[in-house]
Design a protein around this ligand. Sequence first.
Ligand code: SAM
Length: 281
Amino acid sequence: MESCTNDTKILFWKRYLIYIRKNRISVNILLGFNVEVNFVFCGDCKELLNQLDNNSVQLFLTSPPYNKEGLRGKTSVWTNWKKSIDGIKYDVYEDNMKEDEFQQWQIELLNIMYDKLKDIGSVFYNHKVRRKDNSAVFPDFVFKTKFMLHQIIIWDRKTSADQNDNYLIPTTEYIFWLKKGNNPICNKNDCCFKTEVWSINPEKNNPHPAPFPKLLATELIKLGSNKGDLVIDPFGGSGTTAVAAIDTKRDYIIFEINRKYCDLTEKRIKNALLLSKSKLF
Ligand SMILES: C[S@@+](CC[C@H](N)C(=O)[O-])C[C@H]1O[C@@H](n2cnc3c(N)ncnc32)[C@H](O)[C@@H]1O
C-alpha cells in the first residue's frame, strides 16, 4: 500500500513536470509567484496578465486579432489559418467572435494592462479601421477603457491587397499610444521617426499571417522604454516584440495561445540571442 502511494506520487510529479514542459509554464506561475521575464508563455493572455504584479510593466506593445470575420457575422470554423483579404485565419484563435463580445474582451484586457502598468508606462495598441457593409468601422472601443490617449501613431503600410472600386486603397493602421495619466517615457531622440506618420512596408519573410515589421516594434520599444525595462506582448504571434526587445536590450514576456507560434517565437529568440552575442565579438 505504502509503495503504491509512493508510485502514485511519483507518477503525479512526473505528469506535472511533463505538463509544465509541454505548456512551457514556469513553476513560478503555477504557484502564483511573479511571472518569469525573458520567457514565452503559451496560454491565454487574460489568465497570464492577471498573474503580473500591479505597477510592474513599463511597456505593453501588442497587435490583437482584428475579429474581421466576427465583425461581418461570419462564424464558420476554420481548421487552418490562411491569408485572405476577408480576414486572417489562425490555428487556435478564430477571428470570429461576436463583435460586441470581442470589444468587451479587448476593453477588459486593456483595463488589466492599466493596472499592471507603471505610472510612466505606455501601451502601444495596434488596430485599424475595418469594413462592414461597405462602411468603415473605427476601433473606438479603445476610448472606453481606463486609459487616456497620448497620441495616435499612423502606420503607413504603403500597400494593401484590399482593392475595391467603392473606396480608396486602405494602407494605414493605428498605433494607439495609451497612458495612465502622467506623461509616459518619450525617448524621441532615440526614435528614427520624428512625426506621427511612420511609413514601413509590411513584413514579408514571416510564416505568421499578421506579423509586425521588426522596425515598427523596435522603434516603438525605443520610444516608450529604457534599456533594462520590461516589455510585454500579450498577443505575441511570431514573437517580433521579443526579437525587438533583445535587439534593444530590454526584458520581454510573450504570451501566445497557439503552440505553433510559441515554437516559432522561441526559434526567433534563439537566433536573435545568437546574433546579439556574435555582435559582442
Ligand atoms: C495579430 S497576431 C500578433 C502578431 C505579432 N504582432 C507578430 O509580430 O507576429 C495576434 C495573435 O494573437 C494570438 N491570440 C489570439 N487569442 C489569444 C489569447 N487569448 N491569448 C494569447 N494569444 C492569443 C493569435 O494566435 C495570434 O498569433
